[in-house]
Design a protein around this ligand. Structure first.
Ligand code: NAI
Ligand SMILES: O=C(O)C1=NCCCC1
Length: 314
């Protein structure tokens, strides 16, 4: 056990050490199963504490976790701001602290922004692999920020979509994202135009009222609902929430934090870890919603991956 000072791993270094989110898939799949196995799975993860910063429209989230299977202990500190004075500034910023689980000393301070973008998209991809219709051709992304990009990257790497549609409240943002990614993207003028006929839909906005409506969604489609992480925020309407099979990352978090779940009164069918383990069926022929709130153990897996890659090169 060393008394070395902690290393700092910057965003650029995280990008270099974790070039593709798909590298996280095996670790995240195992962690999701372990989380949903309860005490036997060895994941300690309390509900995150979220501190409102009311005068500034912001929030600070504190997300600790320990994974016994990985022997990894981390805490992420993440801020997210609804109303920003400078609209060019990122809405989310994060730092992950990685500890030596044997003695509690701090080993590393990692930029958490890239980790958050990549692990969230990777978890959505895991849900999509299980829940999307068998012949999925059209991907639709609502939102054009950081998560839109990371979702575009892993979804086009893993799945053979023939068409990708993108909508953003600010069309310029969608055009900018579309022109900066490698492949063909159709920028749509309305959310409805992007959604109708899509097989897989990703909502990655800062919306606080619904932007995706059940009447637009093709029966059998799969939705990854990634935004709206406050109990009074929505991205999906009641029709969609109540007519879909609802899978969540964490039941406890969904019932405490998700406006889409709490305010619609929709029934939770399963946790993603239960579907992965096969203790709950996937039902890909039904319309499915994966409500992602983001889990601390996902950051633990990603931070350990990055730290181990850094250590291997030093
Ligand atoms: N489930 C999870 O694990 C995580 C969820 N998130 C959530 O994902 C969402 C996207 O995050 P980022 O891409 O990092 O944010 P971002 O700020 O980079 O992008 C947000 C996008 O939403 C759009 N937007 C803002 N207000 C809107 C409104 N009222 N209606 C429609 N569109 C609106 C913006 O124009 C932009 O395209 C956020 O809600 C965030 O809290 C973020 C990290 C992890
Ligand atoms: O999991 C995360 O990280 C976040 N989830 C919801 C919004 C803020 C960041």
């Amino acid at each position: 056990m060393s008394s070395e000072p902690p290393v700092f791993i910057s965003a650029a270094e995280v990008e270099r050490l974790l070039p593709r989110a798909s590298l996280l898939l095996p670790g995240l799949e195992a962690a999701l199963c372990n989380f949903s196995a309860g005490a036997a799975g060895g994941v300690e993860q309390p509900l995150r504490a979220v501190v409102p910063v009311r005068p500034h429209g912001g929030f600070l989230g504190v997300m600790p976790a320990y994974s016994a299977a990985d022997d990894a202990l981390t805490t992420k500190l993440v801020t997210f701001y609804e109303h920003r004075g400078d609209s060019a500034a990122p809405s989310h910023r994060a730092t992950v602290l990685l500890f030596d689980p044997r003695c509690g000393s701090l080993r590393a301070v990692l930029d958490g922004t890239v980790i958050t973008a990549k692990r969230t998209a990777a978890v959505s991809a895991i849900a999509t692999k299980l829940l999307m219709p068998r012949s999925a051709e059209v991907l639709c992304i609502l939102g054009a920020g950081v998560q839109a990009r990371s979702h575009y990257e892993i979804f086009t790497e893993l799945f053979p979509f023939t068409e990708v549609r993108l909508w953003s409240r600010t069309e310029q943002h969608a055009l900018r994202l579309a022109s900066s990614v490698g492949g063909a993207v159709r920028v749509c003028g309305t959310a409805r135009e992007a959604v109708v006929g899509a097989d897989v839909i990703v909502t990655v906005t800062m919306a606080t009222t619904p932007i995706l409506f059940g009447e637009w969604v093709k029966p059998g489609a799969h939705v990854n609902a990634v935004g709206a992480s406050r109990p009074d925020w929505r991205e999906l309407d009641d029709v969609l929430m109540k007519s879909s099979v609802l899978v969540v990352d964490s039941r406890e978090a969904a019932l405490a934090e998700s406006g889409d779940v709490i305010l619609s009164g929709a029934e939770i069918f399963a946790e993603l870890g239960e579907v992965l383990k096969g203790t709950k069926p996937a039902l890909p022929e039904k319309t499915t919603v994966f409500k992602s709130l983001g889990m601390a153990v996902e950051d633990t897996i990603a931070a350990k991956f990055v730290y181990d890659a850094w250590s291997a090169g030093n």
